[in-house]
Write a protein that binds this ligand. Sequence first.
Ligand SMILES: *[C@@H]1O[C@H](CO)[C@@H](O)[C@H](O)[C@H]1NC(C)=O
Ligand SMILES: *[C@@H]1O[C@H](CO)[C@@H](O)[C@H](O)[C@H]1NC(C)=O
Ligand SMILES: *[C@@H]1O[C@H](CO)[C@@H](O)[C@H](O)[C@H]1NC(C)=O
Ligand SMILES: *[C@@H]1O[C@H](CO)[C@@H](O)[C@H](O)[C@H]1NC(C)=O
Ligand SMILES: *[C@@H]1O[C@H](CO)[C@@H](O)[C@H](O)[C@H]1NC(C)=O
Ligand SMILES: *[C@@H]1O[C@H](CO)[C@@H](O)[C@H](O)[C@H]1NC(C)=O
Ligand SMILES: *[C@@H]1O[C@H](CO)[C@@H](O)[C@H](O)[C@H]1NC(C)=O
Ligand SMILES: *[C@@H]1O[C@H](CO)[C@@H](O)[C@H](O)[C@H]1NC(C)=O
Ligand SMILES: *[C@@H]1O[C@H](CO)[C@@H](O)[C@H](O)[C@H]1NC(C)=O
Ligand SMILES: *[C@@H]1O[C@H](CO)[C@@H](O)[C@H](O)[C@H]1NC(C)=O
Length: 872
Amino acid sequence: MKTSTALALLAASGPVTASVVRPAAEQLAKRALATSDPYYPSPWMDPAADGWEDAYAKAKAFVSQLTLLEKVNLTTGVGWAAEQCVGQTGAIPRLGLRSMCMQDSPLGIRGTDYNSVFPSGQTAAATFDRTLLFKRGNAMGQEAKGKGVTVLLGPVAGPLGRMPEAGRNWEGFSPDPVLTGIGISETIKGVQQAGVVACAKHFIGNEQEHFRQTGEAQGYGYDIKETLSSNIDDKTMHELYLWPFQDAVRAGVGSFMCSYQQVNNSYSCQNSKLLNDLLKNELGFQGFVMSDWQAQHTGAASAVAGLDMTMPGDTEFNTGISFWGTNLTLGVLNGTVPAWRIDDMAMRIMAAFFKVGQTVNQDPINFSFWTSDTYGPIHWAANKDVQQINFHVDVQGGHGSLIREIAAKGTVLLKNSGSLPLKKPKFIAVIGDDAGPNPLGPNACSDRGCDNGTAGIGWGSGTANYPYLVTPDAAIQAQAVKDGSRYESILTNYANSQTRALVSQDNVTAIVFVNADSGEGYINVDGNEGDRKNLTLWKNGDDLIKNVSSFCANTIVVIHSPGPVLLTEWYDSPNVTAILWAGFPGQESGNSITDVLYGKVNPSGRSPFSWGATRDSFGTDVLYEPNNGNDAPQQDFSEGVFIDYRHFDKANSALTYEFGYGLSYTTFQYSNLKVRKSNAGAYQPTTGTTAPAPTFGNFSTNLNDYVFPSNEFPYVYEYIYPYLNTSDAKAASADPNYGQSADQFLPPHATDGSAQPLLRSAGKSEPGGNRQLFNVLYTVTADIKNTGSVVGDEVPQLYVALGGPDDPKVVLRDFDRLRIDPGKTAQFRATLTRRDLSNWDTTVQDWVISSYPKTVYVGRSSRKLDLTATLS
Ligand SMILES: *[C@@H]1O[C@H](CO)[C@@H](O)[C@H](O)[C@H]1NC(C)=O
Ligand SMILES: *[C@@H]1O[C@H](CO)[C@@H](O)[C@H](O)[C@H]1NC(C)=O
Ligand SMILES: *[C@@H]1O[C@H](CO)[C@@H](O)[C@H](O)[C@H]1NC(C)=O
Ligand SMILES: *[C@@H]1O[C@H](CO)[C@@H](O)[C@H](O)[C@H]1NC(C)=O
Ligand SMILES: *[C@@H]1O[C@H](CO)[C@@H](O)[C@H](O)[C@H]1NC(C)=O
Ligand SMILES: *[C@@H]1O[C@H](CO)[C@@H](O)[C@H](O)[C@H]1NC(C)=O
Ligand SMILES: *[C@@H]1O[C@H](CO)[C@@H](O)[C@H](O)[C@H]1NC(C)=O
Ligand SMILES: *[C@@H]1O[C@H](CO)[C@@H](O)[C@H](O)[C@H]1NC(C)=O
Ligand SMILES: *[C@@H]1O[C@H](CO)[C@@H](O)[C@H](O)[C@H]1NC(C)=O
Ligand SMILES: *[C@@H]1O[C@H](CO)[C@@H](O)[C@H](O)[C@H]1NC(C)=O
């Protein structure tokens, strides 16, 4: 989401083709634009879906009592800044249900206080540790719960990381879909076990910041009429971008957020192919879909295309009007939006709510996103009803030690010629702006939108306010004092003569801290509109390293960054004796890196992305300039599944460091690979049909019953309600086109509530797709021996070659993190499911195992594949 209010007026609904956009003739002449096939009707919930039975029983009991106005209240946000959270729904006072609170972010609670700042998703992914990923999610869920948050807006699998420059990659996990799938699933389970609904976002193809919103693009000088279109073919969609979202559905996620940009020239929040077909039918998603903030562009059309909740509810921030609210009430009353569809929306929202254990009489929301003042207006935009709105509840729950552990275990040792671990070094010189504090405080820049001092996280809505930030300078100095080491630091990159004088002294261990930063598109930092404009280090980091290492034979480099940076100019210098990637570690930054530098934590992080030698070598890049006149910029994902290591392997090009790579202070030996086949039986495609769409309760069609009850409570300025301001429908709607019937502007079958065929790839009541896709076909084991002298964690990785001419050389399929004592051997055990061995067959529309010979590998990175076997 974003906070800028300077936005172009969005097109009103008009004669909407919800999914098919027909480009004008002259554009067609220029280039044939990608299109998206219509898919209707919107699949309704399945009360018997695995894991959702109790939730749906409770939802049915609740929703059956609701009036139409109350149902609409559940689906529609009350407007930007209308209540305390970044988004809130209407309430149901009659039944004691308070408004639901939607709050950022994927690494903590945004915009409040006495909360923790966790390591970024990407740093957590680098642990390759399911338990830590779960614990991080669970701790974030507990903090959200303690503030009264209903839905925590994360975790992220879009962006996946198609382009290393993309601004928000650090919010997610990894460009590898399996690692991201495990990251998103464990996080979801953790958040939801704490009683808070998780939100898988941004669905889908949200791979860059540039041109995701028209108003934002105007802010940096481009007048485009529609947002970027990510054009993704069906096979790439399934094998790469949809894969982790499938895992999210399987993990029982309660909500999804559709994204700002278009896919195949149809807006994600009204793309029926995405929401109705892929998400709700094929994957069998049973929760609700909310829009990203202002990502809704139509009313009835988005409803029948599968959107269930509009956020923050107004068409644009603070217009006081909505595509839903009044319009949705009218749309149901006049028959455009079928009654079963609004019932389905309400059921999905309430089922997600009950699934995580929430109850109707929830505890209150006890913070305000809009101010840190204790007292203020509860309706912030309207400046109305001053009361205590911040209770400053401390929800940190001692999570600092977990944060420290995750960041240390997510730190990747890229190079070590023997200088690490440090053992009471005689003299340490720490150099660099990135080792020190922001002189104006860790929260000085709004949403962390600057790069001053150490980079603990990136910028944008995916952030939280620091309760404290332990800098590398403070933590290493404390250790040095304890050890009796001499310690000096120079916390700028630009004190050349002083730095030179310091690091030229005898017996110095120089530790240079450098960074790169990125974030969300509504903030520009140093010319970076969210997306990075280059892959080099910021603030002359390369020069700093080269200068220090030209005078100091023991130069250790620590990098904080949102992905790869180019190390080419200095990484192989003999004077650069160690390189560490510490990601975005969160509030315990200094403690975590000190633990690794001194060997309290034996490094075992693995790079969740590849480090190319040049920017071009990555093969993909952000689209920085519109390429379709004033119409939607077109981004063709023509590389298919070949991003990150799959691309480098295909191009057979050299890498500085590869995906999955990372060193330890000990050594490991791999042996004894065994592959055991399980008898899963032949795949049975799903057949049959759904039940017809159910409805719950009935409603009055007398428009007088829907008029704003001004005798009951006062209208709040700019607030979005479900009511009509007059019993004249056309006047209440204020839509000049009001009166068109469904068949005039909705696609065929949009209102059809009859039983529908089940897809062969979908299960029967199986969220995540046909359960046979997850049958284990092979179990793989190998012995891993610690051949060094200290205890350490090793991350054995299972890769597969699917064998076809269009398949990547290898793809990651499983991994584990094993703690092994010196001299001891541990067994690595991993599994291969049917999906793991299949390709998406675009003709059959299902996962199919090809006849090409398949090979399995167990190794320590995507390019160090120690053990190999062919599959029978
Ligand atoms: C986008 O177009 C491609 C090429 O026709 C097609 O394979 C794919 O399914 C489309 N995706 C969506 C979401 O419409
Ligand atoms: C809708 O929600 C608002 C608060 O957001 C509440 O004031 C109103 O009473 C609700 N309407 C109904 C019909 O429950
Ligand atoms: C803060 O919110 C939580 C969760 O709703 C609640 O349990 C707690 O009582 C609230 N505290 C205050 C001081 O309002
Ligand atoms: C209903 O939606 C239309 C756009 O489709 C908008 O112009 C109108 O203002 C909306 N009405 C209300 C009451 O929000
Ligand atoms: C029904 O209501 C919707 C939403 O306001 C509107 O777009 C549509 O034109 C109306 N149709 C009829 C037939 O009144
Ligand atoms: C903080 O960073 C901004 C650029 O992001 C820079 O203009 C400003 O001078 C910095 N402030 C301090 C105190 O370093
Ligand atoms: C550097 O260390 C060596 C070995 O410990 C020692 O002999 C030498 O005197 C030291 N030099 C300085 C300037 O401390
Ligand atoms: C890359 O961008 C950063 C941040 O804006 C800037 O400091 C650096 O100078 C740029 N690098 C090059 C080579 O232009
Ligand atoms: C590196 O050294 C050169 C030559 O002394 C100097 O001009 C430059 O400013 C130095 N750069 C940094 C970042 O220290
Ligand atoms: C390494 O450092 C020494 C000073 O200890 C210096 O003389 C030498 O030139 C440096 N080598 C490189 C390749 O920078």
